[in-house]
Design a protein around this ligand. Structure first.
Ligand code: AKG
Length: 291
């Protein structure tokens, strides 16, 4: 067994530099227009958060993490070598890499992620969980249309944010994420499945929502990210191309979000009673812009 990095609430290595002064934070700040775009459409894309060296370091860790014999494997909250029930397509999906690999751990404290996240959330940023989504070339599976918050109602109020980070160039051909602009203003939709029927969500859409369902592809260069609102309807099509598509996701919420369940919130994590604030070893505060 390896060290469980959830005990470490700060960067371990030097993959990401920690700004020391207000001036050093400036390059990471979003503009007012970018923040306004997020609130208008429910997403913001094309923000660079990794350089090539950081991408390479995370790719190398990912290659090892995918192996179920990895010595830290037991620390994943969830691990689906193939979340698709159709064995002819493959979607690797796992939660909890931050506990196992130093690069994915330190990624949470990446200033290029933390600053935009605090600006969009309008407050201090607390970690919820991470995710890995990987599609191989030629037979990569879909991520069906869904809203993230439909999986997260055990944490309230809804003040959450997702950041999808490309570890490969992601394109229409290799199954990039698509967003339905404006869907962050819709009601909370029920879970209709994550990895099989791309269009299962249609069965729960109102007539007006069907009319407004105009997805846009979010093509990103490796090292770029997109942020999306917890009600944003999003998904990604299969990958039949010659190029694999790997992505890492960081899910956070504004500090102050509470537990809404007395059950385990993530597999193996001690429960937090209903109404108590999410914090402690598994939910570190990443950035408090007022501190
Ligand atoms: O990687 C994908 O295709 C889907 C990612 C996703 O569902 C998410 O970031 O919430």
């Amino acid at each position: 067994m390896i060290e469980d990095l959830s005990n470490r609430h700060g960067p371990i290595g030097d993959l990401f530099m920690a700004p020391g002064t207000i001036e050093e934070w400036q390059p990471y700040r979003l503009t007012e227009d970018q923040i306004a775009f997020f609130h208008e459409y429910g997403y913001l894309a094309g923000i660079r958060v990794l350089n090539d060296e950081q991408v390479e370091a995370l790719r190398a860790e990912l290659t090892q993490l995918i192996d179920p014999d990895h010595p830290g494997h037991e620390l994943f909250y969830e691990f689906h070598a193939n979340e698709s029930t159709d064995p002819s397509t493959a979607l690797f999906h796992a939660l909890g890499a931050w506990r196992i690999a130093p690069g994915f751990h330190d990624l949470l404290w990446n200033p290029a992620f933390m600053m935009p996240a605090s600006q969009i959330l309008g407050g201090a940023v607390r970690f919820w969980h991470d995710q890995l989504f990987c599609k191989p070339a030629h037979h990569g599976g879909v991520v069906a249309w869904h809203q993230d918050y439909s999986y997260w109602t055990r944490t309230q109020p809804m003040a959450h944010l997702s950041c999808w980070i490309g570890l490969d160039d992601s394109t229409r051909e290799n199954g990039c994420v698509h967003y339905v602009p404006g869907s962050h203003r819709w009601n909370l939709l029920p879970i209709t499945g994550l990895a099989n029927d791309m269009h299962a969500i249609e069965s729960v859409l109102a007539v007006e929502q069907r009319a407004q369902f105009k997805p846009v592809p979010i093509e990103l260069r490796k090292g770029e990210c997109s942020f999306h609102h917890p009600l944003m309807v999003h998904g990604s099509y299969e990958n039949l191309s010659d190029h694999r598509r790997r992505g890492a996701v960081i899910n956070v919420f504004r500090d102050g979000v509470c537990s809404a369940s007395n059950d385990e919130l993530l597999a193996g994590v001690p429960p937090i009673p209903v109404g108590e604030k999410m914090d402690g070893r598994f939910f570190p505060l990443l950035l408090d812009p007022t501190a």
